[in-house]
Design a protein around this ligand. Structure first.
Ligand code: NAP
Length: 259
């Protein structure tokens, strides 16, 4: 009997959880446990790491998991690598539900960089106003750049004293999204943002900031996705459901991730 492990933490994971629930497919939703109040899900939820590859293999066996769907964020690379390895070891099929990366269009001023260190290096040396839309865990890469004024958007309020610069230099928006282009245009204007740093997450929920940056003619430092092992992937919740029912993906969905 089918029993799905859904590795979550994204809008797509929540959409798939809804589809699994509606179809009555037995599944468990897994959160890492990094946010204070994760979204409620219509599936049984477990929270916290598995304890690396051995822990995940054990979990798959103990819970009779027949399919794993990796719907983690494209930058949650450690979890995705471990899921690939554990599924291969346990002989459990794995499918990634992963949105395509954003592509620049006319009017965009993107500077593509491979990682956060390169993103920090791409900012101008002189003081400027930066919307740092990279998540709490990545702020440390910018610790040496105390000359800038930062706007941060975080899911939870940061712990007092946990930000790498003096509070005076930081504006904060706390929220989970989705964020519309209109919202983000007003935000960038209100904070007189001059540079945007973003991770190439893809999807609609957080692309409003890119539309806003384009409208204002702002440069965007775009951090590329981390490399992942080859794995079957799709962007389509319906394709995941067909995979679970029939065991196969349409050929266009069986594509490699970043080698
Ligand atoms: P990560 O660096 O790839 O994962 C770190 C560790 O957290 C993993 O090794 C695993 O621990 C545990 N973990 C991660 N996702 C898990 C899940 N869904 N269920 C159970 N354990 C999980 O991930 P991260 O970048 O810290 O992200 C953590 C979570 O936040 C992910 O689920 C991701 O979808 C979500 N998220 C991340 C970002 C981002 O930019 N990174 C943005 C939005 C949402 P063990 O090795 O012990 O199993």
């Amino acid at each position: 009997m089918t029993h799905v492990l859904l590795l979550g933490g994204t809008t797509g994971a929540s959409q798939l959880a809804q589809a699994l629930h509606q179809a009555g497919v037995p599944a468990v939703f897994s959160y890492a446990g990094v946010t204070q109040a994760p979204l409620a899900q219509p599936l049984p939820v477990r929270v916290g790491g598995f304890g690396g590859v051995p822990g995940l293999v054990q979990y798959l066996v103990d819970h009779g998991i027949t399919h794993v769907v990796d719907a983690t964020h494209p930058f949650a690379a450690q979890m995705s690598r471990r899921a690939c390895e554990a599924c291969a070891m346990a002989g459990v099929p794995l499918l990634a539900l992963e949105r395509a990366p954003w592509q620049p269009g006319p009017g965009d001023r993107w500077i593509d960089v491979p990682d956060m260190a390169a993103a920090a290096a791409a900012l101008p040396a002189e003081a400027t106003r930066v919307f740092l839309a990279v998540g709490r865990k990545q702020l440390q890469a910018f610790a040496g750049l105390g000359q800038h004024h930062y706007l941060l958007r975080l899911v939870d309020d940061p712990e007092p004293g946990s930000l790498p610069w003096p509070d005076a230099a930081v504006d904060l928006e706390v929220g989970r999204g989705p964020f519309s282009a209109e919202h983000d245009l007003a935000l960038l204007r209100a904070h007189r943002v001059q540079w945007l740093v973003a991770k190439n997450a893809g999807g609609e929920a957080t692309r409003g900031k890119l539309d806003a940056a384009r409208a204002l003619g702002l440069p965007v430092v775009m951090v590329q996705r981390p490399a992942l092992p080859q794995r079957a992937r799709t962007e389509d919740v319906g394709a995941v459901m067909r995979w679970l029912r029939h065991g196969v993906l349409p050929s266009e969905d069986v594509s490699a991730g970043t080698p």
